[in-house]
Design a protein around this ligand. Sequence first.
Ligand code: GLV
Ligand code: MG
Length: 313
Amino acid sequence: MSHTLFPLRRARLQRSTLAVPASNPTMITKAAESDADVVFLDLEDAVAPGDKPQARKNAVEALNDIDWRGLGKTVSVRINGLDTHYMYRDVVDIMEQAGDRVDMLLVPKVGVPGDLYMVEALVNQIEQGCGLTTRVGIEALIETALGMANLEAIAQSGGRLEALHFGVADFAASMRARTTNIGGLNPHYPGDQWHAAISRMVTACRAYGLRALDGPFGDFSDPEGYKEGARRAAALGCEGKWAIHPSQIAMANEVFSPPEAEVTKARRIIEELRKAEAMGKGAASLDGRMIDAASEKMANNILVLADAIEARG
Ligand code: GLV
Ligand code: MG
């Protein structure tokens, strides 16, 4: 291990992140009753410009009226981008009127570390000015070529940053990738055209102690396509994926939960290594395969997740 370590800044169970337009109060109520681990109330792209002020009011109201934490939910608000005049008002209204009720702010289209610096400076001032004691976290959406180019610097910025999300729709647009399909595979590409981007983002997250989340899959009439995308993201180290439709919540929760057989195997790995250790050995074998200290780390990742899922109930 390097002498330089960046521990995980903030652990949260985030298998499913449900996106809800804050312009739609009925959907917000349903989201609170859903099985999503995290809900984000969207003030950005799912809200038409003319609806922005009302969506902001709805978000404040929903944060204050619904007991999100009591319902076992983490609640986030996606503010508008720093290139819009909505953004400062989003932060000021949400933080001043519901700053102790919101868990995270999701910042879209982050391009440079300074974008997060600005949000963090505002949040710091409002928290101090209003005497808030709960510390709001920040999540950043990596969804532009600029954000991807500055990924490692962004991942190291600010004290509040706790997760990066891959926004495949805006990223495709920013890259001018030949598609209009949100998150689906391009049949002309041999493999997954988003592999390199997601893999790079996960690497930056794991290097600097952030959670790594995969973004949307637009075709909610294609559950298999959704699950395949989620499985690919999980294979690369993402811990969850967005749901842009209620039907995608259960699929995300399933794919990002280790199956019982995996948990049992993880426990057996630890047991066998403890036995080997008692005999003065570092490595052992399990079911005809070599296991060693790295296997223990992989097994522990599974057990920590299984415990978090059990604790959620
Ligand atoms: C999400 O915001 C995306 O652009 O995919
Ligand atoms: Mg986007």
